[in-house]
Structure formats: structure tokens, C-alpha cells
Design a protein around this ligand. Sequence first.
Ligand SMILES: NC(=O)c1ccc[n+]([C@@H]2O[C@H](COP(=O)([O-])OP(=O)(O)OC[C@H]3O[C@@H](n4cnc5c(N)ncnc54)[C@H](O)[C@@H]3O)[C@@H](O)[C@H]2O)c1
Length: 425
Amino acid sequence: MAEIAVIGAGYVGLTTGACLAHLGHEVTVADIEIQRVEALQRGEIPFVEPKLSEIVNAGIKSNKLKFVVGAKNACKKAEFHFLCLPTPPNGDGSTDLSYFQAGVEEISDILPPNSILINKSTVPVGTAAEIDNQIERTDLAVVSNPEFLAEGNAVNDFLHPSRIVIGAVIPEAATRVAELYSQINAPVLATSWESAELIKLTANAFLAMKLTFVNEIATLCEKTGADIQDVMMGIGYDPRIGASYLNPGPGWGGSCFPKDSSSLAHVARKVGFDFSLLEHTIELNKQHVERTAVKIQATLPKANSIRKIAAWGLTFKAGTDDLRSSPAIAVLRHLINDQNTIYAYDPTITESIKQIPEVLIETDPYVCAENADVIVILTEWENFKNLDMSRVMKVMKSPNLVDTRNLFKRKEMEKLGFIYYGMGV
Ligand SMILES: NC(=O)c1ccc[n+]([C@@H]2O[C@H](COP(=O)([O-])OP(=O)(O)OC[C@H]3O[C@@H](n4cnc5c(N)ncnc54)[C@H](O)[C@@H]3O)[C@@H](O)[C@H]2O)c1
């Protein structure tokens, strides 16, 4: 079993570290945030992620998983160093590599000879080559090993991935990294650095494009009387299309799709390629978010009065507390004006959100619905389905329900007395 350092204890780093310890490796996870490290040492998980607490605590108990402040303290003795650092977007869609480069800079001199620097962060094509130049060490190998986990299912995705991509120049380095995953049953794809980096960006841009296509067809369904659920089931049976990622929504978002699509578009611009399909996908998603907001606004009374919007769901998807680039927030931003008061309930959010301080947070969905002119479902939390919707309707001012995730059935909601608006249904 190998000695491994993981740099960055966020969604990817913590999952990577805990899962590698679960596979039997000796893992030290480092972060720069002292409070985060101290909480992790006590076995407290800093964000919502199913199953993560169990494997982190099992790792701590078996002494296979440790947490330290500062990358140097993790890397000194390790043979493998996983970089799981933030790569947020710049204003022009390019990737801010400053955290990433600072992390590499911090450890480049102390990495033991013959160890391997493995990048799991999502980065523009060419980054592995740049790191290789930056570290100026001929006794080390750089490997690109992009991570495909999805928040809300991160542990499962890590331990049961659809594929493991390993981009390397030195084949022996790729083999050594592949061995770390030898207990995982998944195809291993050995590629160049550039291909590995492009695979990751392409996967997310493709999924974003698929979702935009579904959202566009949902709008077409509304205009033609077709039902998106039937249409998507009808195409999903075709194995060339596949049945996943066919649900419409308020617009796609989250910590990966927007930044990775923009990053890929930027990579294309940089090499002089007009990737208008992707550029247009990004633009269409913005339009779809606006269209969703217009749909909500249209349910509100026209008279010059204060209206109440009750929003259920703020996170970018169910199963996480991650608000980064949440489409729920993007939709609500369009609805902030002098006449609208907006209250929101989300099972993972208890305090006001700095991106939208105008939105008042409720911790009870029924209280949130009181005197509302409309309820808007923005995140597909399954437990919304267990709420007593007849009770909800009784406390509202007007029975409008905008279900941007198609969580409920129109007929059932209409039977209760709601005026139901879904997406493409
Ligand atoms: N979140 C996802 O679903 C997901 C999935 C696949 C890939 N990715 C990619 O993985 C990377 C990490 O994403 P994330 O969501 O885990 O980010 P995150 O923001 O949740 O975590 C990053 C962590 O790195 C720490 N950090 C920053 N600088 C550091 C340093 N110098 N030394 C030690 N720790 C440092 C931060 O304190 C933070 O805890 C990004 O490139 C992202 O695009 C994310």
C-alpha cells in the first residue's frame, strides 16, 4: 500500500483522501484552512456529502487517514501527491490557476525523489506541461488524473467510476498511478497529458450541452403541447443517446459545468478555433435562466402590491450544500425588485446567503409558503415530495406552483387546487 499526500480538503480532495484510505493506502490530507483541518481531525465534515462522514471516520480510526495544515507537511514523505486545489473562473471565462500554481510552488522543492505529482483539479489543456516546467525537477513525474465525481454521489463515484483517466509522458508513472486504483473495477485509459485534460473539460461541456438541448426541447414542448417526459423517455431508450441527463431544469449550474464549459471555450479561443456551438450553449443557458424567471414573474399579481415568492431549494442540485453558481440563485437574482419579497427554504441552508442577501431564509418549508403568491421549486430535493402539499396550499395567498424540476405531477397538484407550471409538461 502506498503513502499518499492529498493537497486540498474540499469536495474532491477529501473524497479522494478518504476513499484512498478506504482502499488501504496511508493518506495525509493537507489544507491551508486551520479550522477546516481541526474539524476534520475531530471527524467533522465541512460540507454535506452522503457517505463521506462514515469513510472519513473509519479512516481516522484505522489510522490510515490524517489531516495536516500546509501541503509541505503532507508531502515530505509521500510517494504520490494529489493536487485537489481550486481552479475558479476568471471574468473572461479563462481559469484562475493562482491557487493551483501556489500549491505546486509550495511543494516543488520538498517532494521526495522518484515521487509522482498527480493533478486531479480541472485545468486548461497544457497545464500539466506547464507544471512540469514550473517544478524543474527531472527526478519527478507529473501525471494528469482528472476527477469525474459528482457532488451528492462523490464517494460512490470515486469507488465505482465509469473510467479512470491517466495522462502521462512516462508510461511507468502511469502504471504506478493505475496501481493505486487496482481494487477499483473500471477501465483505465492511459493518454497524453493534453488528452486527459481535454477529456475532463469535454465531458462537462458535453453534459452541459445535453442539458441545454433538453431545456430547449422542454420550451418547445410547452409551445407544441408535447410532454418533455414522454419525449425524453422516447429518445432515452436509444443507446446512442442514453437515458441520463435528460431532465429539464431552471438552467444548469454548479461548481463545474459553467466554469469548465467557459474554460473549454477559452481554450478554443486561445488556439484560434471558433467553438461557436459551445459559446452558444453557454449563452442559451443564460437565456433559459431568464426564461425561468419570467415564467415565475408571470404568475404574480400585476397590481402595484408587494408579492411574496417562496422558493424551495437553493443549492445547485440535491444532495449537496454547494451554492457555487447555483441556477436557483441565478433565477432568484432576476426576481429581486422593489415589489417582490423572496423567502427561501433549503434543507441545507440556515443562514442568509452573501450572493443574495435580499432573499430571506426560512428553515421550515411550510412557514416559507405562508401568504406566498407562488411557490417555486428550484432544487430537486426528494424530500420535497414528502411534504403535505394540501397543507402548503392552504397557507398560501395564491395557489401558484412553478416546479422547475418537474418533481410533482401536474394532475396530482391540480387535484389539490394548485395552478401548476412545470418545465415542458
Ligand atoms: N466539486 C466537484 O464536484 C468537482 C468534481 C470534479 C473535479 N473538480 C475539480 O477539482 C478541483 C477542486 O474542487 P473542489 O470542489 O474540491 O474545491 P474546494 O474549493 O471544495 O476545495 C479546495 C480546497 O483546497 C484548499 N486549498 C487552497 N489552496 C491550498 C493550498 N495551497 N494548500 C492546501 N490546501 C489548499 C481550500 O482551502 C479548499 O479546502 C477543482 O479544479 C474542480 O474544478 C471538482
